[in-house]
Design a protein around this ligand. Structure first.
Ligand SMILES: C[S@@+](CC[C@H](N)C(=O)[O-])C[C@H]1O[C@@H](n2cnc3c(N)ncnc32)[C@H](O)[C@@H]1O
Length: 276
């Protein structure tokens, strides 16, 4: 076993814990132990992971049906089905999807599991380094950034501390997007139950996976320069739900927003008109 493999099997990874919570098989005992410890004190985590994933997939269906054909999914996670490219390719086989994750194992899984074509690419990248990701996408011609792109930042920004300027990070993606592109974003919210947040923080203490719960007003600033689609920024299970979802004590909020097609008229996420 080389050092990388030893690290894989001895240190839990956020991507593999999430995979386990979603019912996937691409995880090790160390990840399952970490997730089970988490579930013992915060049993909502599995419901929340599924609600967040279901929100992403519903948002993808809406945008694919509205004509979106390019996606940049940063912090993508280990592939699950239905995946973003499956949703888009059910509508149009020519849609192009780029999956990005900082965990090298995610690319390994993607390369192994995805039928990697010109239409679907998986790369390694750090959400906090938008310029590197965008340069990579541009220079390899993975997406045409002069045309609208859907940027997905789902359940990843709550891993980035305020000191690293998450709003500034989102703004870098926004500024590289053509008008008409969309932002799909979700993150843990500070209106979660205080005791449940405290339990999550206690269990994460001293581990590399820290979660930053943010107030709604701060999350809305991530949508500056976009117009939120109805129903706005809501708990993910309430975003155009297909069925009733159980209430959870921890909350992840999410929204889908469009960069204005009219130069200079993009509204702030806080005051934006909601579009259908
Ligand atoms: C909770 S999963 C979310 C997966 C997917 N976006 C979803 O919402 O279903 C978080 C993912 O973000 C990745 N991640 C964590 N920090 C990251 C960073 N700085 N840059 C890129 N990806 C990161 C993890 O490896 C993991 O795969």
């Amino acid at each position: 076993m080389d050092e990388t493999q030893r690290h894989e099997t001895t240190v839990p990874s956020a991507a593999r814990i999430y995979d386990y919570l979603l019912g996937g098989k691409d995880n090790y005992a160390v990840d399952r132990d970490a997730a089970d410890r988490l579930l013992a004190v915060v049993p909502d985590q599995r419901i929340l992971a599924r609600a967040n994933r279901a929100f992403v997939i519903r948002a993808m269906r809406v945008l694919a049906e509205q004509g979106a054909r390019q996606v940049l999914d940063v912090g993508t996670g280990i592939p699950t089905s239905p995946s973003i490219h499956e949703v888009f390719h059910a509508v149009d086989r020519s849609a192009r999807i780029v999956y990005v994750d900082s965990d090298p194992l995610v690319k390994v899984h993607n390369d192994a599991l995805l039928a990697t074509t010109d239409q679907v690419t998986s790369i390694e990248g750090d959400v906090r380094r938008p310029d590197e990701i965008l340069d990579h996408v541009r220079s390899r011609g993975l997406l045409d950034l002069s045309e609208p792109v859907v940027v997905v930042l789902a359940a990843v920004l709550h891993l980035v501390p305020d000191a690293q300027d998450p709003a500034g990070i989102v703004a870098r993606y926004r500024d590289a997007m053509a008008p008409g592109g969309h932002l799909v974003l979700s993150q843990f919210a500070a209106h979660s139950d205080p005791a449940a947040m405290a339990r999550l923080h206690a269990i994460a203490d001293g581990t590399p996976v820290q979660t930053y719960f943010r107030p709604r007003e701060q999350i809305l600033t991530f949508f500056d320069g976009f117009e939120l689609l109805a129903p706005g920024l809501v708990d993910v299970e309430r975003w155009r739900p297909g069925m009733d979802a159980p209430a959870t004590r921890l909350k992840i909020t999410g929204g889908v927003a469009q960069k204005s097609r009219t130069p200079g008229s993009a509204g702030s996420g806080r005051s934006a008109t909601r579009r259908q």
